[in-house]
Design a protein around this ligand. Sequence first.
Ligand SMILES: [Zn+2]
Length: 186
Amino acid sequence: MSKLQEILDYNRFFVENKEYVKYRTSKEPNKKLVILSCMDTRLTELLPKALNLKNGDVKLIKNAGASIMHPFGSIIRSIVVAVYEFKADEVLVIGHYGCGMSNLNGDKILEKAIERGISEEVITTLCNAGIDIKKWLHGFDSVEESIKESVELIKNHPLIPKDIKIHGLIIDPETGKLEVIVNGYE
Ligand SMILES: [Zn+2]
């Protein structure tokens, strides 16, 4: 059975049995929080459980490495919308140890892309168009530094109001233990 068919079959059961009832909530985050974290599979359930978050409590934004690539990219856009449209007043940037984006090598990814059939010409064309793909693919050298940079970027962003508290934390992907890197109240 295909992955899609398996999902659709389960979904029919889920809806017919009204399994959704216990997840009903509103669009506004009950805890007035936005969380930016990593797409790491170990955090899918662990992060909400370790922070005591239920459906409806937070706006959860995830990408590879909990990184903000651009001050006017989709991450900041999501935070701005969460603040003005959904009344969030605190932001948690939560990175983690053992992140796949730590010391990620752009050259190696491009090698794999070529092995998978992407032509070298395409890569050359992108580079000639001024896109620094290696830098774009590169992760970070230190998770602490990456979190601090993200916190500063959000804090100093021209569209983020000054009363929004921005915190930076690291979560242990095995135990769920949190470590505060930046306390936004200080
Ligand atoms: Zn990660």
